[in-house]
Design a protein around this ligand. Structure first.
Ligand code: HEC
Ligand code: HEC
Length: 376
């Protein structure tokens, strides 16, 4: 059957075959991740190219915030600037710590006033590819997200008017803003743009998984077994159609895009009621969004405990046990949490293999990269 189909392909008129080849060629050209070169740079700035790692999808850079050497340098200074908090004690880097892949090792963060937030500060990694920022997706872009923490009363607690006045009064910053954006007037928008440029340079692609994908490393049998469990359908094939005794992880933390997140919203069965934190529903006001949170990346997950939006699990073993138990049934539990009665039934050896695979996603070169450290 298949054979006769492939034979008939070669009997197509030659010109038609060439047309197909031309289309395939054009498509492959279109898919090739070219380095991003930005066009409209402010006068006098130096365009910065970001090398997109092999197999990564293209990087979307907002046309009104092209990457420049001057912008990134300024963004790094601002990310680490304690003067952007009310009592000058806290910078972005106080909650996003490099050795934890720029996550907070505390379950929830404490702001300058001592007030505690409700949520765990997630890792900052491959930020150019993240979509729907925050656990509830309330910011559409990095630029929009960055406007929040500086004036937020539970975070840096400094009104924007004061933040820009402090920067204005600092000659070094005034000169750098002029170099990066071509005007001496410092606006919240420019602060956000500069930090966003810096965050977009935070690219990680040196985990063992990346090396393996590029043919530069080999997985142990255990790591490969974990990779397969991660990418297989859960369930006993005798009980469920399509069951493969896998972990179902790929449905939401898929390898496509290489960030191990679909950047969509799911209820992964942590709770049966949502009074503590409604998740996406708090932003959309839709009851159907209750308990749904944006899937976090699993890159560098070994460095970012505790886990989940409220940091409720302190180890990856606990996380795996959560999924293996199937999670708590509720009205909005995700259809991919298929075994919320009975569980995935992964055996101890399989759970260990899954953990071994998650460990291959660690990139300590990224966490220790001097280009991202405190420049002050
Ligand atoms: C007091 C601690 C704290 C400070 C200071 C702080 N953050 Fe955060 N950050 C958090 C928390 C907590 C979250 C998650 C909040 C949520 O989802 O509701 C977060 C989320 C983020 C995200 C979203 C990441 C994603 O994947 O969606 C980015 C980006 C970010 N912060 C950047 C910054 C920048 C830039 C600054 C400085 C201007 C900063 N943060 C200052 C605690 C902090
Ligand atoms: C239905 C979608 C879905 C499936 C299936 C799924 N996850 Fe998740 N995962 C999520 C979401 C959403 C979160 C965040 C939930 C929250 O905090 O409320 C999450 C969080 C996590 C975290 C915590 C990361 C962090 O930074 O806090 C880990 C680790 C994790 N998942 C691993 C896995 C593994 C391993 C599997 C397979 C056994 C799996 N997930 C299956 C959607 C899913």
């Amino acid at each position: 059957m298949n054979r006769s189909r492939s034979l008939s392909f070669f009997h197509l008129p030659l010109c038609f075959t060439w047309a197909i080849l031309a289309v395939v060629f054009l498509m492959s050209e279109g898919c090739r991740p070219d380095p991003v070169v930005n066009k409209p740079n402010p006068p006098g700035t130096t365009a910065l190219e970001i090398d997109i790692p092999p197999f990564f999808p293209p990087l979307d850079i907002p046309p009104d915030n092209p990457m420049t050497v001057e912008g990134v340098e300024l963004g790094r200074l601002l990310f680490w600037e304690k003067g952007l908090s009310a009592d000058s004690s806290m910078s972005c880097g106080s909650c996003h710590l490099p050795s934890f892949s720029f996550a907070d090792p505390n379950p929830v963060s404490t702001g300058v006033t001592g007030a505690q937030g409700q949520r765990n500060a997630m890792a900052l990694i491959n930020m150019g590819w993240v979509q729907h920022l925050f656990w509830d997706g309330r910011a559409a872009t990095l630029e929009e997200q960055i406007l929040e923490p500086i004036p937020h009363p539970e975070e840096m607690n400094l009104p924007w008017s004061e933040a820009t006045a402090r920067l204005d009064a600092d000659e070094g910053y005034a000169a750098r803003f002029t170099m990066a954006f071509g005007s001496a007037e410092i606006t919240p928008d420019e602060v956000a743009k500069a930090i966003a440029q810096f965050l977009r340079t935070m690219v990680s692609s040196n985990s063992k998984f990346d090396l393996w994908r590029r043919g530069q490393a080999t997985f142990t049998d255990q790591e490969f077994m974990g990779y397969e469990i991660f990418n297989r359908e859960g369930g006993d094939p005798e009980m469920v159609t399509g069951g493969q005794f896998g972990g179902d992880c790929f449905h939401c933390h898929g390898e496509a895009g290489l960030q191990f997140s679909d950047y969509l919203f799911h209820n992964n069965g942590l709770d049966s009621t949502f009074s503590a934190d409604p998740g996406l529903a708090g932003f959309t006001g839709q009851a159907l969004d209750s308990g749904r949170f944006r899937t976090p990346t699993l890159r560098n997950v070994t460095l970012t405990p505790p886990y989940m939006h409220d940091g409720r699990f302190s180890t990856l073993e606990e996380v795996i046990d959560h999924y293996n138990s199937g999670g708590h049934p509720s009205s909005t539990i995700d259809p991919f949490m298929k075994y919320n009665s009975g569980g995935l039934m992964l055996q101890p050896q399989q759970k260990e293999a899954l953990l071994a695979f998650l460990m291959t996603l660690t990139d300590t070169v990224f966490a220790n990269n001097p280009a991202f450290s405190d420049p002050h």
